[in-house]
Structures are given as C-alpha cells and as structure tokens.
Design a protein around this ligand. Structure first.
Ligand SMILES: [Zn+2]
Length: 145
C-alpha cells in the first residue's frame, strides 16, 4: 500500500485526483504500478486501477492476471471493479472506502456478486486513514486555491 500511496502522490502533483494502484504478482513482487491519469491523458478511463492493470498485463504478456493482487488507495468504482473481475485477479486490496461511488462493498459489490463466475477476494481498509487523508488534502487545497 505504501507503493500505491507513492503513486497516488504522483497523481496529485500532476493535478489529478490522488489515487494510486499497484499490481503484485503471485510471490508479492510488483508487476506494475499506476496512478490516476484522467486529466493529463484526457482519458475518462484513466483510473489508477485501469492504468496498473493494463501495465501489468503488458508486462506479463497476458490479459489474465490470475495469481495477482490489485492494491489501490481508494475503493474501486464500477469500471475498475469490472476490470478486476475481467482480468481474473485473485485479490483486491483497498485503502479508503468510497461511499459515493465504491463498487467493492460501499454502493455496489461488483467483485463479490455471486452471479459472476470469478470473484476476487477483498481486503478493505488497509491504511485507510492515510489514503483518505491524501484525498481530503487534495480537495481542500483545490477549494482554497
Ligand atoms: Zn475506477
């Protein structure tokens, strides 16, 4: 999660909402990392999770990320939760809950929907305070600035 937080800070510095993600391989090694890139890339799908999942699949040369874990500072939205299911990730670990748009337990629970045939394990609330603080700070500064 520390690596994901470092990624989140990079997004914040670039003027994007500070969300960072890392994909870990089966032995816990970092396969890829990414941060929210929506503003810079003018890409509505440029969420940290999508960036990291794409980079991880490219690094492994396979779209299936079985055995891998997605670590992200903010609870994934519907798009990213869907990407976690589509990429066959084993596990989703997130920091802060997103009560307004979260799709891994808050508003929806896309990754644990029993109607889907792939359901990643979920570990929520890892370093949640640090992850949330980064977002609060970013939005406070933006309102003031
Ligand atoms: Zn998302």
């Amino acid at each position: 999660m520390r690596r994901a937080l470092a990624e989140a800070r990079l997004a914040g510095e670039a003027g994007d909402v500070p969300v960072g993600a890392v994909v870990l391989g089966p032995s816990g090694e970092t396969v890829a990392a990414g941060h929210n890139d929506r503003e810079r890339a003018a890409d509505p799908t440029g969420h940290a999770e999508i960036v990291a999942i794409r980079a991880a699949a490219a690094a492994r040369g396979a779209w299936r990320l079985a055995g891998c874990t997605l670590v992200v500072t903010l609870e994934p939205c519907t798009m990213c939760a869907g990407a976690a299911v589509q990429s066959r990730l084993d596990r989703v670990v997130y920091g802060a809950a997103d009560l307004k748009a979260g799709a891994v337990g808050s508003l929806w629970d896309v990754v644990r929907d029993r109607r889907l045939n792939h359901r990643p394990e979920v570990i929520a609330g890892v370093m949640a305070d640090e992850c949330a603080a980064l977002l609060t700070e970013f939005f406070t500064r933006r309102r003031v600035g």
